[in-house]
Design a binder for this molecule. Structure first.
Ligand code: UFG
Length: 334
């Protein structure tokens, strides 16, 4: 019988891509999502239940009615600026609700747990970003991710839960058109660079560059963009590793190389064949100049090899999705 996996937050951007990948790999995925930020139209991969992590009764019902071989936990608020303005919302959604889930997992005897962590746990880089880099988050969002990693370590020590914390760098791109998945990035409000640049291209507007005086070769911030399908693949590998009896661990998930904001905009110009204008704006508070992963541990211990490392490919899949999404928006409005 297919192994049954609970995908919490499976109606979100990365969760939906992983639910899709799980189905294709022969797993029985059950998505649990409250649709606070997830999309109803992404609930197409396996069964789903609309429910909230704050509702311990709903979790008990879910775990009583289903024996899960693993839980993947994607549900999270992710807007750094909002986390600074409204930290309570972040501690409640990302920490308190995760604790509810962890206690249910403990009480119902689930053995394997995969957690969506973030490079934000490291804060400002003090050296190469290996998994051993100290935790020094600089905003409530990053602190909530660090807090859940600490909870996981303590639950692992006390109750024997096996977990992987996957520290994403900049998730980007979308499932290729040929996959037929029709899912992609869709945040409201959108704050991420690639979708904003592509929306600007589609609407004939200019892209905003936050800061041109960083100590980087072209003065703009450098980030490590990793294709969402590569992230999905890493979740399955991390889960299989735990199921094979390996110990709990944390892994950086990034491509291991950085691209500047200007390079991303140039890639978007090539892909869209639209000469998107750049508008220079002041720095966005809290942005470190460079965030690039050391991904050797995921490569060696998970056998993970990012397949879609090419920036232009990442932007192309995001552009295909942007056009698909805008077509359905036009359709809805007409
Ligand atoms: N940027 C622009 N113009 C825009 C949007 C972004 O110049 O319109 C710049 C940002 O200043 C930054 C880079 O593009 O230098 C990337 O910004 P994103 O918002 O796309 O991504 P972040 O690196 O800020 O965020 C990522 C994840 C977050 C996570 C954060 C910290 O997407 O979920 O890293 O690890 F919280």
């Amino acid at each position: 019988m297919a192994k049954r996996i609970l995908v919490v937050g499976g109606a979100g951007y990365i969760g939906a891509h992983t639910a899709f990948a799980l189905g294709r790999a022969g797993y029985d995925a059950l998505v649990f999502d409250n649709l606070s930020t997830g999309r109803r139209e992404f609930l197409r991969f396996g069964r789903h239940i609309i429910g909230d992590l704050a509702d311990r009764g709903a979790l008990d019902d879910l775990f009583s009615e289903n024996a899960f071989d693993a839980v993947m936990h994607f549900a999270s608020r992710i807007n750094v600026g909002e986390s600074v303005a409204d930290p309570g919302k972040y501690y409640r959604a990302n920490v308190a609700d995760s604790l509810n889930l962890l206690e249910a997992v403990r009480d119902h005897g689930v053995k394997h747990f995969i957690f969506s962590s973030s490079a934000a746990v490291y804060g400002l880089p003090q050296g190469p970003l290996t998994e051993g880099h100290p935790f020094s988050p600089i905003n409530p969002y990053g602190k909530t991710k660090a807090a859940v990693e600490w909870m996981l370590a303590d639950f692992s020590a006390a109750y024997g839960l096996k977990y992987c914390a996957l520290r994403y760098f900049n998730a980007a791109g979308a499932a290729p058109v040929a996959s037929g998945a029709k899912i992609g990035e869709m945040h409201e409000p959108e704050t991420h660079l690639i979708p904003l640049v592509l929306q600007a291209a589609r609407k004939g507007e200019s892209a905003t560059v936050f800061g041109t005086d960083y100590s980087t070769p072209d003065g703009t911030c450098i980030r490590d963009y990793i294709h969402v399908c590569d992230l999905a693949e890493a979740h399955i590998l991390a889960m299989q590793r735990l199921m094979s009896g390996e110990q709990s661990a944390a892994f950086n998930l990034g491509g291991g190389r950085g691209f500047s904001v200007r390079e991303v905009i140039e890639a978007a110009r090539r892909v869209t064949e639209i000469n998107v204008a750049m508008r220079e704006a002041p720095r966005r508070p809290g942005d470190p100049d460079t965030l690039v992963s050391v991904n050797a541990k995921a490569r060696t211990e998970l056998g993970w090899e990012p397949r879609y490392a090419d920036l232009e490919y990442i932007v192309r899949t995001a552009w295909d999705w942007e056009r698909e999404r805008s077509r359905s928006l036009t359709f809805e409005q007409s």
